[in-house]
Design a protein around this ligand. Structure first.
Ligand code: SAM
Length: 282
């Protein structure tokens, strides 16, 4: 270990951190791998890194070894806090541990100039909820420069799916509306302890100018949920779930009502969300 702290297996044993499925605990114990993930996130000097779910601290240690300005680590499991405090003593003034639920954690940048990256091996049970929370950041451009996040492989593929593909759906529209997501690493299940049932991927997201016309995240969520919830149906039929007059809504957005959800571009969905938003605001 380059940091002289005990090997993670010893940390897990001495702090009794037997993995809990309910908390999505699949740990990365190989420091070469965690260092690789941090490097994929980009330079962290002069940067505040927010890490969700540090657990026993493997990825946290890899981030700290790259010399960030500081790391804010948000961990729900009380059992991990003592182990993380040991890491904190090793890097004085660098690691700030927040023992709370990441879904409720609301990071406020200290200054406008603060550079922030989010890096996390996410708990799978809340991974997409956290992603949508960060995609919905207001104002936009968001408080972070990038997000480098581990997901189940199938979820990562859905996030990055191009329109027209089988995996294209709500997640791809929401992610590609405001960011450029890219799968930068694929890991077999055996890379984790304990191994989950499926392989995983790291997705790197760079925030961009929003695609299409201005619309609200919640309206985009509603129209994509309705459209992809019945993806085999024509939009004139699936949009009945959210509109009394789907034909007017679709033609107003310049969309052929006979099309199906997967044929629409992200721009089309923003048009639809904008019109839907104007109806519901009235
Ligand atoms: N970062 C560690 C690693 O890479 O080995 C652990 C990753 S593990 C996949 C997910 C971590 O998220 C666990 O430590 C778990 O306790 C934590 N976690 C689960 N739900 C959480 C929540 N709602 N808020 C914050 N942390 C959570």
């Amino acid at each position: 270990m380059p940091d002289d702290l005990p090997p993670l297996r010893d940390v897990i044993r001495s702090h009794g951190l037997n993995a809990r499925k309910s908390l999505g605990q699949n740990f990365l114990l190989d420091l070469n791998l965690t260092s690789r993930i941090v490097r994929l996130a980009g330079p962290v000097e002069d940067t505040t890194v927010i890490e969700v779910g540090p657990g026993p601290g493997g990825l946290t240690r890899a981030i700290l070894a790259e010399g960030p300005r500081k790391v804010i680590a948000v961990e729900k499991d009380d059992r991990c806090i003592a182990a993380l405090e040991d890491v904190s003593s090793h890097y004085p003034g660098k690691l700030f541990i927040r023992n709370q639920d990441a879904l409720e954690f609301d990071y406020k940048p200290e200054t406008e100039a603060e550079r922030i990256r989010i890096i996390a091996n996410l708990p799978y049970n809340i991974a997409t909820r956290l992603l949508i929370k960060w995609l919905g950041a207001s104002p936009w451009p968001p408080f972070y420069q990038s997000m480098t996040l581990m997901f189940q492989k199938e979820v990562a593929q859905r996030i990055c799916a191009p329109s027209g593909s089988k995996a294209y759906g709500r997640l791809a529209v929401l992610a590609r509306w405001r960011t450029r997501p890219e799968i930068v690493l694929t890991l077999p299940a055996r890379a984790f302890t304990p191994p989950p049932k499926v392989d995983s991927c790291v997705v790197h997201f760079i925030p961009t100018e929003p695609v299409g016309v201005p619309c609200r995240l919640k309206d985009l969520e509603t129209v994509t949920a309705a459209a992809f919830g019945q993806r085999r149906k024509m939009l004139r039929s699936s949009m009945k779930q959210i509109s009394d007059n789907p034909l007017e809504m679709l033609t107003g957005a310049g969309i052929d009502p006979r099309q199906r959800a997967e044929q629409l571009s992200i721009d089309d969905f923003t048009q639809l969300a904008q019109i839907y938003g104007s109806y519901t605001a009235a």
